[in-house]
Design a protein around this ligand. Structure first.
Ligand SMILES: [Zn+2]
Length: 329
């Protein structure tokens, strides 16, 4: 049995707020769709204390979905056809020996098997990112179930890990994941984004959801200021800003780093986006690969070692002698 200490860390919501589960708000993304607003998953969080796990591990996680995740007027997989750019990504992966965990939507698993095979044959591990990447109730049980079905059809097994579209986490989601036998979730961004998520009181380190017992491996944020550590944000504000934030507030360990293909590969579809998002995605778009590689080099310099999410999961759930990076006595 793993020597893992569980303790109650915080009480996130008062009971008066619990009746607001169904509260929804119009999505800010310029679409006609809506998104669940009640987005903090747990009343209490159970911290997982495991010093061996809290080493400088970085997990590079790629969300593989249709470009712009519902922001564009039509679903497109334009980045998938940029083979030269995809080869450039592979070069970076090989040059720095990166362990990539791909969270693919069920739709990609069903309709673009070529892309899943591309990453699979180049050493990535594949987990699940919902089915349709709907932004209306992306945490619903149907999105989980249809996604798991598509994954099972492809791999003849269920996924171990899950990332919810839009990073939306709720008790409904956690219950659905547990029911499907998913072992860990990595959706929570312990930060704040207007009308999308408000997780400023959630732990920034891995924890167990008390209701489902599922292990949550949150997406990385800068400690204290909780600024998300993701390619899209680094592209927007520049790597130099992150270097400053890390110097001031420290670096998280472990670090789950999030990126998308649109962070690296410019597309024609960007011109079809609503004005705000067109501007957001324009920033640093042509330097996506340079910024990505500079980030990788920076993390290496800080002493981070790249591991798959499955290895990170094992660090938090295995007995000490079986944890990655430890030797049997
Ligand atoms: Zn996504």
């Amino acid at each position: 049995m793993a020597k893992i200490t569980l303790k109650v860390v915080s009480t996130q919501r008062k009971s008066a707020n619990l009746g607001r589960k169904e509260k929804e708000t119009k999505m800010l993304l310029g679409t006609r769709k809506a998104l669940t607003f009640e987005n903090s998953c747990a009343i209490k969080h159970l911290a997982v204390e495991n010093p061996m796990a809290e080493q400088k591990i970085v997990c590079y996680t790629l969300d593989l979905e249709h470009d712009y995740a519902g922001l564009a007027p039509a679903e497109e997989y334009e980045t998938f056809s940029h083979r030269v750019s995809l080869d450039r990504l592979l070069e970076i992966i090989r040059r720095h020996d990166l362990k990539i965990t791909v969270f693919a939507t069920g739709k990609v698993l069903s309709e673009r098997r070529d892309m899943v095979e591309f990453f699979q044959k180049n050493g990535a591990e594949i987990e699940l990112h919902g089915y349709q990447h709907v932004m209306y109730r992306p945490d619903c049980a149907l999105e989980v179930r249809t996604g798991v079905e598509a994954y099972h059809k492809y791999f003849s097994r269920k996924p171990a890990g899950y990332r919810s579209p839009g990073g939306v986490v709720s008790p409904v989601l956690m219950e659905a994941l547990a029911k499907e036998g998913i072992r860990y979730d990595s959706s929570l961004i312990p930060s704040f984004r207007w009308r999308v998520y408000q997780n400023l009181k959630s732990p920034i380190k891995p924890y167990r959801d008390p209701a489902s017992s599922l292990l949550e491996l949150p997406i990385g944020v800068v400690p204290k200021v909780r600024f998300p550590i993701a390619a899209s944000y680094i592209r927007l504000v520049g790597l130099a800003s992150y270097k400053l934030l890390f110097a001031l507030f420290g670096a998280p360990a472990p670090l789950v780093y999030l990126f998308h293909l649109v962070d690296l590969i410019p597309t024609g579809m960007r011109k079809e986006l609503p004005f705000f998002w067109r501007k957001v995605y324009a920033k640093g778009q042509k330097k996506g690969f340079d910024i990505f590689e500079a980030t990788v080099v920076y993390f290496k310099k800080l002493g981070y070692r790249s591991e798959f999410m499955s290895s990170l999961y094992k660090r938090y759930t295995s007995s000490p002698e079986k944890r990655p990076g430890t030797r049997n006595p």
